[in-house]
Design a protein around this ligand. Structure first.
Ligand SMILES: *[C@@H]1O[C@H](CO)[C@@H](O)[C@H](O)[C@H]1NC(C)=O
Ligand SMILES: *[C@@H]1O[C@H](CO)[C@@H](O)[C@H](O)[C@H]1NC(C)=O
Ligand SMILES: *[C@@H]1O[C@H](CO)[C@@H](O)[C@H](O)[C@H]1NC(C)=O
Ligand SMILES: *[C@@H]1O[C@H](CO)[C@@H](O)[C@H](O)[C@H]1NC(C)=O
Ligand SMILES: *[C@@H]1O[C@H](CO)[C@@H](O)[C@H](O)[C@H]1NC(C)=O
Ligand SMILES: *[C@@H]1O[C@H](CO)[C@@H](O)[C@H](O)[C@H]1NC(C)=O
Ligand SMILES: CC(=O)N[C@H]1CO[C@H](CO)[C@@H](O)[C@@H]1O
Length: 473
């Protein structure tokens, strides 16, 4: 807490330092931030935006700072703030870049806001870059070694997480697969976590190697931004260690999206698959794409149940994995229901025999899915080159409602989230569709009292679950 006292001291002298985040702004457009009072860890790189197919940047003057507004104050969803703002222009198009600090010392937060009063068009670039950039931080070697932790790829960013010494050679994950919360810390307990504060599915980090800068903004596939579009990035600072920085960051994020500890605990306590023992048939299990010789899945699982009942193992639910439903030649789901060779009289008859509620697995949607209007089904789907995606909440109400009433579905397991996202051009090129898809799924689960498990989720899916209380795991 020594840092905090020093901050309050500085505040009396009028500096813009009011929390564990030590910040500095210069009217020309430079800014710095640090959890450490003595040195600024992160110094600003260029602002940039894509416009009509070209990148405009403060680096080459094709985007320039036209004004700086002295601090204003207000209250937002985090608390009472002081805002410093620059207006930048590229011809007749403007970008506003604002930095909010929060005088209440319990909010050790800085929020960076990029706004586009006239919107932007012609913005699409390489999918792994960002079409807008603010904040931008230079990857600079530091006198004392700083560490970083960068999440990347599926399993909530665990698969490709990187850690090392912060500097020009740091291997920070970026792009569609790699963008997640970034932690930077020293050996003395100073730490910060930086992440998007919204637009979770549509925002990315872009490591611009040519300028050794780390840029936060909207993902590269998006071709335009609407009038008055706004995107926020949050930095949380702590002087009591990287664990506390993650805790504090998570607490603010959960509070902003109302997925508080209480909400999480409530939903998790309602999820039988988290509170009780169950029998799983997923990857790694003995009956994953494997039955007893001469038996179909139904008879295999019924004899497994006879055995565990005999042994008095109190399984309270059964998980059925991707072996139960039909798939196309790319292993994408065509119909989320069992074929006759699996459960001869259907899932309902099987579920009555096994007498356990189900956790049921699903993966990415086939372009040939039978639910799509294109294939004579009843529902709106977006159909791309490789995959498709339901595009109305009514579909999810049908699918999850049917599962609940007919199969005893208690948990909808949405697996292969990375593949669905990265291989759907309509998702990676759209500002809102990925969020809409996951929110529709979540709303239907809420209607039917079903919980959702995300699997093979990218860091962006993990962040998106903040807006979906029924995602419990
Ligand atoms: C967009 O770029 C094209 C070619 O690069 C140019 O011909 C056109 O005038 C530009 N449009 C605007 C509105 O700047
Ligand atoms: C900016 O100018 C270009 C070319 O003159 C025009 O096409 C475009 O609509 C203008 N944009 C705005 C936001 O006024
Ligand atoms: C984006 O990055 C991923 C690795 O994270 C890579 O596999 C993919 O080819 C990249 N896409 C483009 C268009 O560069
Ligand atoms: C930063 O430090 C690394 C070694 O940790 C070194 O390889 C690299 O060249 C340095 N970069 C600059 C710009 O000095
Ligand atoms: C959170 O709940 C408050 C109070 O009910 C509400 O005003 C606010 O809009 C909610 N925020 C979100 C992101 O849903
Ligand atoms: C979708 O159906 C068409 C027509 O039956 C077929 O030619 C195609 O191979 C199917 N696609 C996949 C990915 O299985
Ligand atoms: C907008 C911007 O980047 N302004 C300045 C930040 O600081 C560097 C180096 O001191 C200047 O070159 C930039 O013009």
């Amino acid at each position: 807490m020594a840092g905090l006292i020093l901050h309050l001291g500085l505040f009396l002298f009028g500096a813009a330092v009011t929390s564990a985040c030590h910040t500095q702004f210069i009217d020309s457009g430079n800014y710095s931030i640090s959890p450490d009072d003595l040195d600024f860890w992160l110094n600003s790189g260029p602002f940039s935006l894509m416009l009509n197919g070209t990148r405009r940047s403060t680096d080459d003057g094709s985007l320039s700072v036209s004004s700086y507004t002295n601090p204003t104050s207000g209250v937002d969803d985090i608390g009472q703030y002081t805002e410093n703002k620059w207006v930048l222009s590229a011809g007749n198009v403007t970008m506003e870049a604002a930095i909010r600090t929060y005088p209440d010392s319990t909010r050790q937060v800085v929020v960076f806001i990029q706004r586009f009063p006239q919107g932007l068009s012609g913005t699409r670039i390489n999918v792994n870059e960002t079409i807008t950039s603010f904040p931008s931080f230079l990857l600079q070697n530091f006198s004392q070694p700083l560490g970083y932790l960068s999440y990347g790829s599926f399993m909530f960013g665990d698969i490709n997480k990187q850690a090392g010494i912060w500097g020009s050679n740091a291997k920070i994950n970026d792009g569609l697969d790699g963008s997640g919360p970034l932690a930077i810390f020293d050996g003395l307990g100073n730490a910060m976590v930086v992440s998007p504060l919204g637009n979770f599915m549509a925002s990315s980090i872009w490591l611009d190697k040519s300028k050794a800068s780390l840029n936060f903004g909207i993902m590269g596939g998006v071709d335009s931004l609407p009038t008055n579009f706004e995107h926020r990035t949050i930095a949380y600072c702590s002087n009591t260690g990287v664990g506390d920085a993650f805790d504090g960051w998570g607490g603010i994020m959960r509070r902003v999206y109302n997925k508080t500890e209480e909400v999480r605990e409530y939903h998790q306590s309602q999820d039988l698959s988290l509170t009780h023992l169950g029998y799983w048939t997923d990857n790694g299990a003995y009956y994953y794409y494997n039955t007893e010789q001469g038996k179909n899945y139904e008879d295999t699982l019924l004899s497994a149940k006879a055995d565990w009942t005999n042994r008095k193992i109190p399984y309270k639910y059964l998980q059925i994995d991707s072996w139960f439903y039909p798939k196309d030649s790319t292993k994408a789901v065509t119909t989320w229901d069992a074929t006759e060779d699996i459960f001869p009289q259907g899932i309902r008859a099987f579920e009555q025999k096994i007498d356990l509620p189900l956790v049921a697995h699903n993966r990415y949607w086939s372009i040939n899915t039978t639910y799509s209007k294109l294939q004579g089904g009843f529902f709106d789907f977006v159909t791309g080159d490789h995959l498709s995606l339901p595009n109305e909440e009514f579909f999810w109400q049908f699918l999850i409602g049917h599962g609940t009433l007919e199969w005893g579905l208690i948990v909808y397991e949405q697996d292969w989230l990375n593949v669905q996202f990265l291989n759907s051009e309509f998702l990676i090129n759209d500002l809102y569709l990925a969020r809409t898809w996951l929110k529709q799924m979540g709303a239907a689960a809420a209607t039917h009292g079903v919980k959702i498990q995300y699997c093979m989720a990218l860091p962006r899916h993990a962040l998106q679950s903040l807006e979906i209380p029924t995602v419990t795991q």
